[in-house]
Design a protein around this ligand. Structure first.
Ligand SMILES: [Zn+2]
Length: 279
């Protein structure tokens, strides 16, 4: 796991195992807030750093959304209060519980963890949380999933975006239209840093380009998915559409970028097909 101090009392963690997934922590004098948990195989590294090195317990965990690589480490902190979208709670109680059971069959490590859904939930507006001298604003950023939320550290203008912002936007199970709105909104927030759910931290001078690149990528895949409708073999056509042609690097996200891109294309195509059939 990589670790970096982003500003005073604000830390960033990045997985060295899975798709450069990230997590964050904001440290107060008595306790800390953890934002996402990485995959459970790495959660204890964060726990040791916060509780043994910095000697602060984790009182709150904010789950950016229900996906395994962000929220399955919750059970490492049995005393923490979990905050998330109300839909995140719902999905963790249903989808995540059965997914964990299934994953545990091949991976004994997972048999010792449990899905802990958010205790405090919301589905619109903002939740404010004060930790030491920092004010956190937690708000909805749907697109990647309908239960996505992000966390702004107000004083530092650092946004922990979760998967609402990634090196390659991923909208399977989410909504392209919502993702466009969210990225547009993030671009206007006058931020110092965007902490992406996967990938490296984006610095102030890079934010405009990163937003433009993600918006262009989404428009590009939308166009490709529509073009596939006119092809004799749409799936073969989609498969031939390299990620680089949509303006993104094949080598980002620990090598899974092309796979995410192909999943995006297929999901969008199926969605367009469903809409056409319903008309
Ligand atoms: Zn995700």
């Amino acid at each position: 796991m990589q670790r970096e101090r982003v500003s005073e009392n604000v830390y960033w963690f990045q997985s060295e195992v899975y798709a450069q997934v990230t997590a964050g922590a904001v440290i107060g004098p008595q306790w800390a807030v953890l934002i996402d948990t990485l995959i459970p195989q790495e959660t204890s590294l964060i726990k040791d750093f916060l509780e043994k090195d910095l000697m602060v317990p984790v009182r709150y965990i904010i789950d950016s959304h229900h996906h395994a690589d962000h929220s399955w480490g919750n059970s490492f902190f049995p005393d923490a209060i979990i905050i998330g979208h109300s839909l995140c709670r719902e999905l963790m109680l249903t989808k995540s519980r059965s997914a964990l059971e299934e994953a545990g069959q091949d991976n004994p490590f997972l048999r010792d963890i449990a899905i802990v859904p958010p205790h405090i939930t919301f589905s619109e507006g903002t939740i404010s949380l004060r930790v030491g001298k920092k004010q956190l604003q937690i708000f909805c950023t749907s697109g990647h999933t309908a239960d996505s939320i992000s966390v702004l550290v107000e004083e530092d203008r650092i946004l922990f975006a979760g998967d609402a912002f990634m090196a390659v936007p991923y909208i399977v199970g989410g909504s392209l239209e919502e993702a466009l709105k969210t990225i547009n909104h993030i671009g206007k927030m006058s931020l110092e840093n965007i902490v992406q759910g996967h990938g490296d931290i984006i610095l102030r001078g890079e934010i405009e380009d990163a937003c433009a690149s993600n918006l262009a990528y989404l428009h590009s895949i939308q166009k490709i998915a529509k073009a596939a409708l006119r092809r004799r073999d749409p799936l073969q056509f989609l498969q031939a559409q390299d990620i680089e042609a949509s303006g993104k690097s094949r080598v980002s996200l620990g090598g899974v970028a092309e796979e995410l891109h192909q999943n995006n294309l297929r999901a969008l195509f199926k969605e367009i097909l469903r809409e056409r059939e319903a008309e």
